[in-house]
Write a protein that binds this ligand. Structure first.
Ligand SMILES: *Cc1c(COP(=O)(O)O)cnc(C)c1O
Length: 353
């Protein structure tokens, strides 16, 4: 039976990417597996270089002073690595959800943090707007897409200080002027590849300004100097991410996938709005194109609905415990047809009820 994978992460990847990645596990280089050759071999060094240049190319950041790294430790490691490398006295953070909150907690270990705004009081169902970013701070940190709550920043404030963004769950999903950011990071497992690596895009000229000693493994400069090969990289995760970026480039890049993502989100949200059995969680103007969060108006229908979507081959629709209800994650590799299947099930529930 065909599966429709709405999982929030790890999540759906293109079928052909999984096919190619599994072939490389068996035979990548003259009968040797990708995971048993040296990471210093020419064939793997080429993979790393291609992954790094594809990331910059897709974002339109080639030749603009940025470097791409594929490191380990997940996006969660970036919560502290950003502070370790950039935070001297004080930084500004926008608190839009669980992940932003965790980033703040880690940064506080290093120095002072100002929360410029927070939507915590409303269980993070909207994106705060109209806040000021002080000029005399080290950087401003925000989260472009709040995976758990289903909100997404549709625009970014003009920042007088370096702009740092956690794009874990919407990287490569929509066109933006990426040169407005000084540092972008994204765990691979939401829209790029398997868990195990994190993409970091950093503008080199923001580095080297803090006075503290930085351990080598946490130092962006060390990783840049060693071409993202300071230590053994997670070869399978990097290779699979490279294949996904290649897949996206062949499709026509971010512009092309954005149109598909737009169609999926519009179909999903129109059903949530029109079907009287459901209600959306996030404020309408801040709704995420990646993660649609919604609940049943009448919880008595839960068992029936859950049985119906599972029977339709849908996977991973249950909401995060801090929101409840449902979350339809519609990352790049999820097809419009999968969204149609979910919408049909929601319609069917309406006709039954
Ligand atoms: C999943 C997620 C994280 C955490 O990623 P890990 O790789 O598990 O550390 C951080 N930020 C956002 C926005 C996420 O969606």
């Amino acid at each position: 039976m065909q599966k429709h994978n709405f999982s929030a992460g790890p999540c759906v990847l293109p079928k052909e990417v999984i096919q190619k990645a599994s072939e490389a596990l068996l035979d990548f280089d003259n009968g040797l597996s990708l995971i048993e050759i040296s990471h210093r071999s020419k064939s793997f060094v080429d993979v790393m270089e291609q992954a790094r240049s594809l990331a910059l190319e897709l974002l339109g950041l080639e030749g603009k002073g940025y470097k791409a790294l594929f490191l380990q430790g997940g996006a969660s490691m970036q919560f502290l690595m950003v502070a370790q490398n950039l935070l001297e006295k004080k930084a500004a953070y926008l608190n839009t959800g669980t992940w932003a909150d965790k980033a703040i907690k880690e940064a506080k270990i290093y120095a002072d943090i100002i929360e410029v705004a927070s939507s915590k009081d409303a269980n993070y169902n909207y994106i705060p707007k109209g806040f000021d970013i002080p000029e005399d701070l080290d950087y401003f940190h925000c989260t472009s897409n709040n995976t758990i709550f289903g909100t997404q920043m549709k625009s970014f404030p003009k920042s007088p200080i370096p702009l740092v963004c956690d794009m874990s769950s919407d990287i490569f999903s929509r066109t933006l002027d990426f040169s407005q950011f000084d540092l972008i990071y994204a765990g691979a497992q939401k829209n790029m590849g398997p868990a195990g690596t994190t993409l970091i895009i950093v503008k080199e000229d923001i580095l080297g300004k803090v006075s503290r000693k930085i351990p080598s493994m946490l130092d962006y400069k060390v990783h840049i100097d060693k071409s993202s090969m300071f230590n053994t990289p997670p070869v399978f995760a990097v290779y699979t991410s490279m294949l996904t970026m290649q897949w996206l480039k062949d499709l026509g890049g971010i512009k092309a996938i954005e149109q598909e993502n737009d169609k999926k989100a519009r179909l999903m949200y129109s059903e949530i709005d029109l079907n009287p059995l459901f209600k959306g969680f996030a404020a309408k103007e801040d709704r995420s194109d990646m993660n649609a969060t919604f609940t049943l108006v009448n919880e008595d229908l839960k068992e029936t609905f859950d049985t119906m979507w599972k029977e339709a081959g849908i996977n991973g629709l249950s909401g995060h415990r801090s929101v409840g209800g449902y979350r339809a994650s519609m990352y790049n590799a999820l097809s419009l047809d999968s969204v149609k299947v979910l919408v049909e099930v929601m319609n069917e529930l309406e006709s039954k009820a």
